[in-house]
Design a protein around this ligand. Structure first.
Ligand SMILES: [Mg+2]
Length: 319
């Protein structure tokens, strides 16, 4: 069973439906009505050693990433992060490791003015679970289901470099020491797009962060909004190193499928397009328009005029 099937079959049917829950299971965060003007956005993410990060990952990177992936979900709702709880399961109490791990946590919490307010420590195989909470004005939260037909689709930053690092670790691609360092930083120290989320919430109709991969997360957004999207791979903000190492097709394939980018995907109605682009430029946030929502309920990928079909093995042109 896939993760989403497990959630659907066992966790969505429940005996309680409180009125203060504005958004329950199924989006990047839950939304709780805190007052007449404010929601609290809440998300939880677990990182398991050997599953979500390689066993030899530096402790500082594990702390950083555990916070970053949670703040990324807050960013995807347009929320301002405020509090985290950290539950950590440790195989041993290693003071040096813990000092590095907490330094990784606190460098991000300090930057975003987030307070650690609690958690739990237990003994067992290494795993970290963080719950992050933030606030968003009512009516401004960005959900996956808000995209409209004809809305433009954007991605922040660049994508694919964390995926390239994983390929290099599996020795599927060879990188220079400098390229490797840069790619490993993208994998280990993702920068949650918190400011971008707060800027775009004024203009966007829907948003999601890229954790599973551009294509997978676009699919979640399309399904929630019961729409499709047409996108042109020429418009994807692919990290240049991917193009150098993998060529056009390999780079596009990795950028579409690799996870761990933690950039934001968001959709914008045509009437807000100019204002949004002006605002993002003023805030110095890189973004790329990659396509447009449509009624097809499928993801249509092309390169220029040529439509591509996408399979695990790569692109195949439609005959
Ligand atoms: Mg997410």
């Amino acid at each position: 069973m896939k993760e989403f099937e497990v959630i659907k079959e066992f966790f969505t049917a429940q005996p309680v439906n409180r009125k203060d829950v504005a958004m329950g299971i199924g989006d990047d965060c839950a939304l709780i009505r805190a007052s007449d003007s404010k929601y609290i956005a809440i998300t939880t993410d677990t990182l398991v050693c050997g599953v979500h990060f390689p066993t030899d990952t530096p402790a500082r990177a594990i702390g950083h990433k555990a916070v970053a992936v949670n703040l990324s979900d807050l960013a995807a709702m347009g929320a301002e992060p405020a509090w985290i709880s950290v539950a950590v399961t440790l195989p041993t109490v290693d003071r040096e490791w813990l000092a590095e791990f907490t330094a990784g946590i606190f460098e991000l919490t300090e930057y975003f003015n987030v307070q650690l307010i609690g958690g739990d420590t237990t003994s067992g195989p290494l795993s970290i679970t963080i719950t992050a909470q933030g606030t968003v004005p009512q009516g401004k939260a960005l959900c996956r289901n808000g995209a409209g037909n004809g809305d433009w689709v954007y991605v922040t930053g660049e994508i694919g470099e964390a995926g390239l690092a994983l390929q290099a670790l599996r020795e599927q691609v060879s990188l220079s020491p400098r390229e490797m360092q840069h790619a490993m930083d993208a994998l280990n120290y993702p920068k949650p797009q918190v400011l971008a989320g707060q800027v775009v919430r004024e203009y966007a109709s829907a948003a999601i962060d890229i954790s599973d991969g551009l294509l997978a997360d676009l699919t979640h957004l399309c399904q929630a909004s019961t729409l499709g999207i047409s996108l042109d791979v020429n418009d994807l903000p692919i990290a240049p190193v991917l193009l150098n190492k993998l060529g056009e097709e390999g780079a596009a394939r990795l950028a579409l499928t690799a996870g761990d980018d933690y950039q934001l995907i968001f959709t914008v109605p045509d009437t807000n397009k100019v204002a949004l682009e002006t605002e993002l430029k003023q805030a110095n946030i890189k973004s790329s328009c990659i396509g447009q929502m449509n009624k097809s309920q499928e993801i249509i990928i092309s390169r220029g005029e040529t439509r591509l079909s996408f399979a695990e093995s790569g692109f195949e042109h439609f005959s």
